[in-house]
Design a protein around this ligand. Structure first.
Ligand code: 0O2
Length: 233
């Protein structure tokens, strides 16, 4: 679950019943043995989230000085929950170890940047990716190429350094950029369908139609803004 405010609790707590329901005893033992390394790795991912959030906050401030408006409506971040990590490792038949998590999973740290207009997404992404300490690992443009269900967002997996007392550590972060309309749609769809595998085809069709309508609305609102910008010049 993505949150607007950073979670400052002492660390993620594991739902033991969930873990026992999907894993064998020896795998649970393996997880418990990794406790300290896991907590340390999660702290590093939290730092990486802070680095990326700061970069977007700086860009937002600079844009607001230059254009007299904020391109970013909200930034929401999340650390993947221990349950989701275990479930994903289990699904991919990977071992539970801090090194395997770091090597194989790219979405432990997630930053979601919500903008008013589609144009802002691409401009922010460009500025962010031009920074010399950001390395692009993968880019998936679900705005240009929406998913079959209607999902739209720009996804970037990037590597960013965090500066510890005695080392500079590269960490991977998943950045999702979307408009308010895309975010509204995805939140609803996430609650109803995504991951739940339900199969009500009529609802699916309606949701897809809503995605098309909200994409058209995004384009019209952007056109209106462009016209306003022109009349103000
Ligand atoms: P959560 O609960 O949001 O963290 P992967 O399985 O990560 O190796 P995948 O699925 O190819 O790779 O990654 P992709 O397509 O970049 O999607 C990753 C994230 O995008 C998901 O994270 C969702 O947050 C979001 N997402 C992707 N597709 C959909 C969709 O159809 N509907 C909605 N609502 N969100 C989507 P998680 O970890 O799966 O989920």
């Amino acid at each position: 679950m993505y949150e607007e405010k950073e979670n400052t609790s002492s660390g993620p707590k594991l739902d033991k019943a969930f873990v026992e329901s999907i894993l064998e005893n020896d795998a649970i033992e393996q997880i418990l043995n990794q406790g300290e390394a896991f907590r340390t790795l999660m702290a590093y991912y939290k730092c990486a989230i802070m680095e990326v959030e700061t970069k977007f906050n700086v860009l937002n401030t600079e844009f607001s000085l230059k254009y007299d408006r904020n391109p970013i409506e909200t930034i929401k971040s999340r650390l993947k929950s221990p349950e989701s990590i275990i479930e994903k490792l289990h699904r991919k038949e990977l071992e539970f170890s801090a090194s395997c998590i770091e090597r194989e999973l790219s979405d432990i740290a997630g930053v979601r940047v919500v903008c008013a207009f589609p144009e802002d997404i691409y401009e922010l992404a460009d500025c962010f990716l031009k920074q010399d300490d950001i390395k692009l690992i993968t880019k998936k443009d679900y705005i240009l190429h929406p998913k079959e269900n209607g999902y739209r967002s720009l996804h970037l997996i990037v590597q960013t350094p965090i500066f510890l007392h005695d080392e500079k550590r590269p960490m991977r972060v998943e950045v999702q950029l979307r408009t308010i309309a895309m975010d509204f749609w995805a939140s609803l769809e996430h609650r109803i369908y995504y991951k739940k595998g339900q199969n009500n085809s009529e609802l699916r069709r309606e949701l897809k139609e809503c995605a098309e309508i909200s994409a058209a609305l995004d384009i019209r609102m952007q056109d209106i803004r462009s016209q306003l910008d022109e009349t103000e010049c």
